[in-house]
Design a protein around this ligand. Structure first.
Ligand code: MOS
Length: 729
């Protein structure tokens, strides 16, 4: 049994020794280096660009500006991230927007040349985040279509609230935050006639393939996207950003391959980030603590070109049994590059507001915050009444509370030296996104196997668990199964975002392995439905004898068996959220319990310990799963206490465009005592594997749990993230 084993990552050694090749490490002969010149102003027009000094510098080959590039056609948004394509005209809509690409023989020459480009521009008035008028997002926005409109109503929320006692109303704010994966985005583009090959840093190569094919008006089969390793993404490499297209456009313009690597600072202006969000929560209960009505209104930052919406209200639609609710999403524009999804989108922001509000309501009612959640436990999907595909949140609450000692926690004020100690909890939840997926699997005569598919591993452990799935069916040691991945020339696998890989790609691997098992059975003259593979032998289920697989192949005169597996959705849908269109609502759930310390004199906040307990379907690899959840809790702790990106009001640029200027949890901020528990669960509706998604679930609920614990420790309710010392002294 290899499913359920805590296997270590086979790619670990290559990654820590630097042998793994990321996009920026790739090279093709004849390639030149491209370096962006960014606009120094957030709004206006380019009047002129003087490239003469740059061109005079040694090693500078060309300075490309808008007129030098082909006109680019735009694919739908998403997967194209933004409908505003830089370097197609003279308009500037955000600071750092590329206005020229300097092409050099070396990276240093191109970088030097980029500093010598002279630009004249006309400034225009610009809008700063959080100050513009509040607008209803356009229903034609692809981002709004994703959530099927920006408003949701069930029953009469106002009447439900009017009848409630007590009621709670408050506004919860979170700042913009940048994804900042370890690997900055990079693209190496090469044209051979009308064939385009790009080495790219992506979470879904096929999205880049489609967007690039559209941009240049060519068939997608003529575009190959290669990305064997992705150094994190957290959503910033999910959709397709302008640099991926402009690198290919530059290569086309100069007739040589071009490598364009974004610097850390350039990542701030050239890929997305999580937008600033202001959430107004109103909820009320009857005297028994049962919710009678809820409204959740979100205002999110977007750029000038598209109505990006991070649908935070989904948390309120899916977590508690509420008879009446009204949920709405609004936008507020600024001269910023477009935001995007960031781990965990949707329910990450949504649970910050909802789970803070639930805690406040519990205190008003004078009941234990956990009991208020149990009173409002949703036996069916609150939004539409469908039954759950599976849900063991009750068990997760119970196990988490036990591990943490929640019920036994002292209720009087606790001190540890100068630290005020407090505890808090929150529910966790994440939607289930499912994507179709195909993979091919080869079983070789020597007993090894290869999984072939255009999937990626962004650090979450997919390339560790897929071999476990194949090995389970084929009766192999998982170390004998490898992955050939990250290339659009391979069978089309689903994306590596939305916590979807295990369900979609994992299921395709399972089907491919079952296909091989059936083929072997037929070759061996055994009934395909009644065989099993174990230690290199095929036999009837439960029988000890059987035939060596190698002998079956030799007798058939073949050296390998090739299987194929496809995970498809109803009506061949390209995407499905929360089991829409199926009889079952699909979600993952959990509970997070934290203990914090607050130094009231210095305003310091420390996470002392945490317990995360989850109902997320079957766990394929407890080691990589634990690592995902621990990472999610740390990510949530950063959201709670540290992370914030600010737009400078005078310059209209993001401040501190580097990792040194970004406060995120480092080792000294992370307690060793983080316990993770998974409820034993098998969701047969979500995936034939029984698994669901876990990558983002762990990052939900954490910020609220921390704020709730801060209230417990200090009596101060913080409704604005991050919870920095100025808010605690
Ligand atoms: Mo994640 S924001 O779905 O990469």
């Amino acid at each position: 049994m290899s499913i359920g084993q805590p296997l270590a990552r086979p790619d670990g050694r290559a990654k820590v020794t630097g042998r793994a090749k990321y996009a920026a490490d790739q090279w093709v002969s004849g390639a030149l280096h491209g370096v962006y010149v960014g606009a120094p102003i957030p709004a206006g027009r380019i009047v002129s660009i003087d490239a003469s000094h740059a061109l005079a510098a040694p090693g500078v080959v060309r300075v490309l500006t808008a007129p030098d590039l082909p006109r680019l056609a735009l694919a739908p948004v998403p997967p194209l991230a933004s409908s505003f394509m830089p370097m197609q005209g003279d308009e500037i809509r955000y600071e750092g927007q590329p206005v020229a690409i300097v092409i050099g023989e070396t990276l240093e020459a191109a970088q030097h040349g980029a500093r010598l480009v002279d630009m004249q521009y006309d400034r225009a008035p610009f809008r700063i985040e959080g100050r513009g008028e509040i607008e209803v997002p356009s229903s034609t926005s692809g981002y709004v279509a994703f959530m099927e409109g920006s408003e949701f109503k069930k029953g009469d929320a106002e009447a439900g609230l009017a009848a409630a006692a007590p009621r709670h109303e408050a506004v919860y704010t979170q700042p913009s935050r940048h994804n900042n994966p370890m690997e900055p985005s990079a693209t190496l583009a090469r044209w051979e006639g009308d064939q385009l090959t790009v080495f790219d840093a992506v979470q879904h190569g096929y999205s880049a393939q489609l967007v690039l094919a559209t941009a240049f008006g060519i068939d997608p089969v003529k575009v190959r996207v290669i990305c064997p390793h992705t150094g994190g993404g957290f959503g910033s490499k999910g959709y397709v950003w302008p640099h991926e297209i402009l690198a290919a456009a530059a290569a086309k313009a100069i007739g040589r391959p071009v490598k364009l690597v974004l610097t850390r600072a350039q990542m701030y202006a050239n890929v997305g980030y999580q937008p600033r969000m202001v959430q107004t929560m109103r909820l009320g209960v009857d005297p028994g603590g049962r919710l009678t009505g809820l409204t959740h209104d979100v205002v999110g930052l977007t750029g000038m070109s598209d109505d990006f919406v991070d649908p935070a209200t989904e948390a309120s639609k899916g977590l508690y049994a509420v008879p009446a609710m009204r949920l709405s999403q609004w936008i507020q524009r600024a001269h910023v590059n477009l935001p995007t999804a960031m781990r965990a989108p949707v329910e990450g922001p949504g649970t910050w507001a909802l789970e803070s509000a639930m805690d406040e309501l519990a205190h008003q009612l004078g009941v234990d915050p956990l009991d208020l959640r149990l009173t409002n436990y949703a036996e069916v999907n609150p939004g539409d009444g469908r039954p759950w595909s599976s849900k063991k949140l009750r068990e997760a609450y119970e196990a988490g509370a036990k591990l943490f000692g929640w019920r036994e926690r002292p209720r009087e004020q606790q001190r540890d030296g100068q630290w005020l100690v407090g505890t808090g909890m929150a529910s966790c939840t994440m939607g289930c996104f499912r994507f179709p997926s195909t993979v091919r699997l080869r079983l070789e005569l020597d007993g090894s196997a290869v999984i072939e598919g255009g999937f990626h591993d962004i650090g979450s452990g997919t390339l560790t668990i897929f071999p476990q799935i194949a090995a389970e069916v084929l009766g192999l040691d998982p170390n004998r199964v490898s992955c050939e991945m990250g290339d659009t020339a391979l069978p089309q696998a689903g994306p590596t975002y939305g916590s979807s890989s295990t369900m979609g790609v994992g299921a395709a691997v399972l089907y491919a392995a079952q296909d091989i098992r059936s083929k072997l059975a037929r070759l061996a003259g055994l009934p395909p439905e009644e065989v099993e593979l174990r230690e290199g032998r095929i036999s009837r289920k439960g029988m000890r004898d059987g035939v060596a697989v190698a002998d079956v192949l030799r007798q058939a005169g073949i050296s390998e068996v090739v299987g194929e597996g496809t995970f498809a959705l109803a009506n061949n849908a390209p995407f499905e959220g929360d089991g829409k269109g199926t009889p079952y609502a699909m979600r993952t759930f959990g509970a997070i319990f934290v203990e914090v310390g607050v130094d009231p004199e210095l305003g310091l906040l420390r996470l002392r310990r945490a317990v995360g307990s989850y109902s997320a379907g079957r766990i394929i690899n407890p080691r990589t799963a634990r690592s995902q959840m621990t990472g999610g809790i740390i990510w949530g702790w950063g959201m709670a206490a540290m992370e914030a990106s600010h737009q400078d009001p005078a310059l209209g640029r993001w401040s501190s465009k580097n990792l040194a200027g970004v406060a995120i949890p480092v080792n000294a901020d992370i307690p060793s005592d983080i316990q993770i528990h998974f409820v034993d669960e098998f969701d047969r509706h979500a995936s034939p594997l029984g698994g669901k998604g876990i990558g983002e679930l762990g990052a939900t609920g954490v910020a609220a749990a921390v704020a709730n614990a801060v209230f417990d420790a200090t009596g101060k309710r913080v409704r604005e993230l991050p919870i920095t010392p100025d808010k605690l002294v």
